[in-house]
Design a protein around this ligand. Structure first.
Ligand SMILES: C[S@@+](CC[C@H](N)C(=O)[O-])C[C@H]1O[C@@H](n2cnc3c(N)ncnc32)[C@H](O)[C@@H]1O
Length: 206
């Protein structure tokens, strides 16, 4: 992998305020759409009145959430300043009319009250988290009976060695995700695997 390609790839982890970071954010909005559409089939958006998307990247999934849950208040948190900027542009109307609030911050310490959200989504992002700390925070900010939805395009590190080495991340298996969620207190943990053998959606309730 040449060094430009490596730098571009590294921007999936924490997009930088640079040409490569912005290109990566715009590209992820398109590239992750088939996965996100598939994963959302297993998630009830219409019953949610408050939704948080963690690691929102370019912000496409928040735009879709605004249509699937037209009355919901929407929130997004991402530790990349570039993500906040690009997602704000993408969702300008929602931000301006006060329906969407985007915040720069980490999943490990979120600036929300306990029991705030009906639905928390995490698309293509838990690879970069300390899931023990991140899932605990998700549990804290979810309302009782609220749902946590994890949507991943990879469920095993096999064959991913070059990417893992270049970017630095973890692919958590279904078992690791289940085990961590269970330990923290989540219930009704349900996993769906795509027929392509890679994609994984896990939902769990507080
Ligand atoms: C691969 S991108 C996915 C973006 C978007 N969810 C999508 O599906 O297109 C991962 C995003 O998660 C964010 N992220 C990674 N670790 C994070 C953390 N610990 N706290 C908050 N955001 C994080 C990154 O900044 C990046 O925007």
């Amino acid at each position: 992998m040449n060094s430009l390609k490596k730098k571009y790839k590294q921007n999936v982890k924490k997009p930088q305020k640079s040409i490569l970071g912005i290109l990566q954010l715009l590209s992820m909005n398109k590239r992750h759409t088939p996965l996100a559409e598939w994963g959302r089939m297993y998630v009830d958006f219409d019953v949610a009145s408050s939704i948080l998307d963690i690691g929102f990247g370019g912000g496409e999934n928040l735009k879709v959430a605004s249509k699937l849950a037209p009355k919901a208040k929407l929130f997004g948190i991402d530790y990349s300043v570039a993500s906040v900027q690009i997602a704000t542009k993408k969702n300008r109307k929602l931000v301006n009319n006060g329906r969407l609030t985007l915040t720069e911050g980490s999943v490990e310490q979120m600036p929300y009250e306990n029991d705030s959200f009906d639905l928390v989504t995490a698309y293509e992002t838990i690879y970069f988290w300390n899931i023990e700390k991140g899932f605990k925070e998700v549990y804290r900010v979810l309302k009782e009976d609220g749902t946590f939805a994890i949507i991943n395009e990879a469920k095993s590190e096999v064959g991913m060695e070059e990417h893992i080495e270049a970017i630095g991340f973890r692919v958590y298996t279904e078992e690791e995700i289940r085990e961590t969620l269970t330990r923290i207190g989540f219930r009704e943990i349900t996993a769906h695997s795509h027929e392509n053998g890679n994609w994984l959606t896990v939902t769990a309730k507080k």
